[in-house]
Design a protein around this ligand. Sequence first.
Ligand SMILES: Nc1ncnc2c1ncn2[C@@H]1O[C@H](COP(=O)(O)OP(=O)(O)O)[C@@H](O)[C@H]1O
Ligand SMILES: [Mg+2]
Length: 283
Amino acid sequence: VKPSLDPAFSSWEFLLDVDGNTQLLGAGGFGQVYKAFTDKQQTVAVKIVKLEGASSASLIDEAIEKENAEISVLKAVRHPNIVQFLKSERIKKGELCIFTELISGHSLSELMQLQRRPFDEAAVRNFSKQFCTALHFLHSRSPVTLHRDIKCSNIMLTNEGLIKLIDFGVAKEVFATMCSTKTAHGTLHFMAPELFSEDEGIVYSPKTDVWAFGCSVFEMLEMKPPNWQFRWQQIPLRIHNHDMPQLPAEASALLRDFYGRCVQREPRRRAATAELLEHKFLQ
Ligand SMILES: Nc1ncnc2c1ncn2[C@@H]1O[C@H](COP(=O)(O)OP(=O)(O)O)[C@@H](O)[C@H]1O
Ligand SMILES: [Mg+2]
């Protein structure tokens, strides 16, 4: 029988290291991720999201409600390249725990730091194939499921070489106003131009996910996101009014074309995941 994770656990505890400290697996702008052990005798990952005091209690309630609703949708998503969501739980007033499958490996951004160099084209092809399969699966669901926060720190590679999408930006619009502003800034580089248009507001779509994936391809080859050299205040205008930076000179014509299909300014001309999967670069 295939081993599986039981989401119906009722209690859990942090797994500690030899010094009695919690085992931090990673941290981003929204929370810390630790190792935890459930009363079903399974080891999982728990992300603790703290919503800070500046916002009102009703706003926190609203954000947590929204996050819980989205997590119940994500719990039904089963794909080898997508982290398995187990459940979410509110522990304190402004504290939410999100339980997922524990992944042994590193995010692509950690891997680049650990190897002190970007990825070569063969690696980018391998990651992109797996990534696009997962994104196509999400976008083909009904209703459409979006990731909303695609970047190299949210793409993990298991020790066996399997890509896993993590950190869905479920209630990110609401959370961004409550957590440290650092987070919102970190995500700006990956936002599609239409997200900065005055009239429509921030409306995520499958095409904004594809744009962010294109930016992640840039990051895999440069170790930095597009427009990294600009201060965050300048980023929205930069993306809105300028062409995207080119890939490094060594990139092949096929890879350039693949990237170009992802970062088309006009959403209707931008590739959908089905087209990306058919692209010659991935064959
Ligand atoms: N399920 C998991 N298993 C192992 N490590 C994880 C898991 N989820 C997250 N991590 C690690 O923790 C880091 C931060 O997690 P993430 O969910 O991206 O939080 P944030 O919203 O704060 O960015 C990731 O980049 C990764 O290194
Ligand atoms: Mg993250």
